[in-house]
Write a protein that binds this ligand. Structure first.
Ligand SMILES: O=C(O)c1ccccc1NCC(=O)[C@H](O)[C@H](O)COP(=O)(O)O
Length: 241
């Protein structure tokens, strides 16, 4: 059985690394320089970085230059998310040299474009399925965007390579991941799933790792690392097989 990949998160708002609660604008706790945070996760042994431009996601500007600087400074793989919704933003994201991009809103609002991008870029594109209950949310998680399973069926048929699944109710809360949601999504797709939102402890990571045989490939970890619930070294050790 392969090990669970861990993707420490750096979410950027107004030039700062921040954590949000339920992804809501205005709930930011600041953790300083995004580059320093990213370099710290790399030094600690991360193989992936989950890098989010929250301003681009919310439509309050962007941190494009900073995101590019961070991505270029990394020797590790980078998953880039936030506000990638058209040819220009996709080209800018891919030009950073990131390993893959994560599309969210676009998968809900411009499905034809997303189908084209999936066909063109394959494994370099993941789709973020950010849900409250089974309702998808777009535009920085502020607007409803349809049913999770209908959208998943459509994306499966279009050849989407991977899904990043977030239970918004859990995100940034340290309340534990929604394991049932992950199981249900894995049952509805044969593509790898990256879990996101709510990790609070090493036991949470071990519980997500138990889902690897079902199709969970990785887990994003944000708040728990910043709150020092555990170190990244401890997390990597906990999921090493
Ligand atoms: O990813 C996005 O596009 C996004 C948009 C709006 C609000 C939040 C967004 N992402 C947040 C994350 O990806 C978190 O870093 C991740 O879910 C970690 O959650 P946690 O471990 O609970 O801090």
């Amino acid at each position: 059985m392969s090990k669970l990949e861990l993707l420490p998160a750096v979410d950027v708002r107004d030039g700062q690394a921040v954590r949000l609660v339920h992804g809501e604008s205005g709930t930011e706790t600041s953790y300083g320089s995004p580059l320093e945070a990213a370099l710290a996760w790399q030094r600690a042994g991360a193989e992936w970085l989950h890098l989010v431009d929250l301003d681009a996601a919310f439509g309050t500007g962007d941190n494009r230059a900073l995101v590019r600087e961070v991505t270029e400074a990394m020797d590790i793989k980078v998953e880039l998310s936030g506000g990638i919704r058209d040819d220009a933003t996709l080209a800018a994201a891919l030009a950073t040299g990131c390993t893959r991009v994560n599309l969210g809103t676009a998968a809900l609002e411009t499905p034809e474009w997303v189908a084209k991008v999936i066909a063109e870029h394959g494994d370099k594109v993941a789709v973020g399925l950010d849900v409250r209950g089974t309702t998808l949310r777009g535009r920085g998680w502020t607007r409803d965007g349809g049913d999770l399973y209908e959208t998943l069926d459509r994306l499966n048929s279009e050849g989407c390579a991977r899904y990043v699944v977030t239970d918004i109710a859990k995100d940034g809360t340290l309340q534990g991941p929604n394991l049932e949601l992950l199981r249900t999504v894995c049952a509805a797709t044969d593509r790898p799933v990256v879990a996101s939102g709510g990790v609070s402890s090493l036991d949470d990571l071990r519980a997500i790792a138990e889902l690897v045989p079902l199709g969970v490939e990785g887990s994003i970890v944000g708040k728990a690392l910043y709150a020092k619930a555990f170190t990244l070294e401890e997390a990597l050790e906990a999921v090493a097989k």
